[in-house]
Design a binder for this molecule. Sequence first.
Ligand SMILES: Cc1cc2nc3c(=O)[nH]c(=O)nc-3n(C[C@H](O)[C@H](O)[C@H](O)COP(=O)(O)OP(=O)(O)OC[C@H]3O[C@@H](n4cnc5c(N)ncnc54)[C@H](O)[C@@H]3O)c2cc1C
Length: 383
Amino acid sequence: MDFELSEELIAVRELAREFAEKEMAPTAAKDDKEKNFRGDLVKKMGELGFYGSVIPEEYGGSGLGFLAMVLITEEIARIHSAMRVAINMQMGPALTLLQFGTEEQKKKYIPGLVSGDTIGCFAITEPDAGSDVSGMRTTATKDGDGYRINGNKIFITNAPVTTGGLLYAYTDRAQKHRGMSAFFADFTQPGVTRKSIDALGALCSPLGELTFENFRVPAANRLGKEGDGFKVCMWQLNQTRLNCAAGALGLARAAKDAAVDYCNQRVQFGQKIGEFQMNQDMIAQMIVHEEAARLLVYRAAWLADQKKPNNLETSVGKFAASEAAAYAADAAMKILGAYGYSTEFPVERYYRDAKSYQIVEGSSNVQKMIIAQDALGYRKANR
Ligand SMILES: Cc1cc2nc3c(=O)[nH]c(=O)nc-3n(C[C@H](O)[C@H](O)[C@H](O)COP(=O)(O)OP(=O)(O)OC[C@H]3O[C@@H](n4cnc5c(N)ncnc54)[C@H](O)[C@@H]3O)c2cc1C
């Protein structure tokens, strides 16, 4: 077993670290407070190749692989967790097009997502369809050489700003999940209404609703056959789940680092608060949760790079990393006390941002369900 990263991967990680520290850290608190969508930074990340590590060179990527994507994401999230979301919004649709798209679709849409010229998204969730994706009501009705889409998507990252992304809808509701289809849609076309949603955290990552009224999507933009949508969606979620897991690792690390620094500065009862064993307990737990999660997430990425099945391992990594991030943010808040609660330190931002990792790309409960059902033999995760 080799725990060393290649020189290439170390260099990629260094590039992402430097970029995040120089270009994101100075304004992270201000951007969060003002809920700024930093389109300029999204574009710069594209120019640096941060969205294309899992995409071959012929479509504008670098082909460096999933572990590279995880390392980049972790570094960005360590400085500004909300900004790592951009990697998922670009990489997720690009990778799904690569897997299910025609050659024409790949050539037409992947390079724009990789460069950041297209602001990506994936629209799955609806008011009555969260964890249960098959409960969606949006329909795609055949109309000449295209489809008319009608319905409402909610809690969609980038909804206020997206120019193109994945859209899931029923072409035949009677077939239940076998009647779902997937499309790559140009959201700048008529028939789309956008509405922002205020949220607890990840405030630089715009969240919103997309409502479709006779929104036309050409049949040429369907991914796979009619009825392939559920399969495409589950495949996509496994990829974007890995990116979330990497983001959670970065946030866990940031919270732990903040807690350690503070323990070594703050004096109470005549001694540094790091000397109190109850604080040491939290530091030790933060480190163990984070490091265990890192090994699990890197293993899932390594399996993806080997083109081996990794659904189970990705769920295990995502669950571990999301819980590590939530634990670390909570513990850091306890250690920093009132200073952590204030906006003077970034810990309150970590605390708010950490919660999203337990919800998105399959909640922690959904990951546990996947893991336990696999172990019990009810439904194998790697099929
Ligand atoms: C910041 C943020 C960004 C998001 N971005 C996107 C996006 O870009 N695109 C998109 O399509 N969606 C997005 N979502 C939506 C997200 O995918 C859903 O919130 C998620 O799927 C959970 O759905 P829900 O919130 O409706 O919870 P529900 O499904 O209603 O679940 C409520 C609770 O019940 C639990 N639960 C549900 N089913 C089960 C079960 N079978 N067993 C055990 N427990 C269960 C859940 O774990 C949760 O605790 C985003 C959400 C957030 C918060």
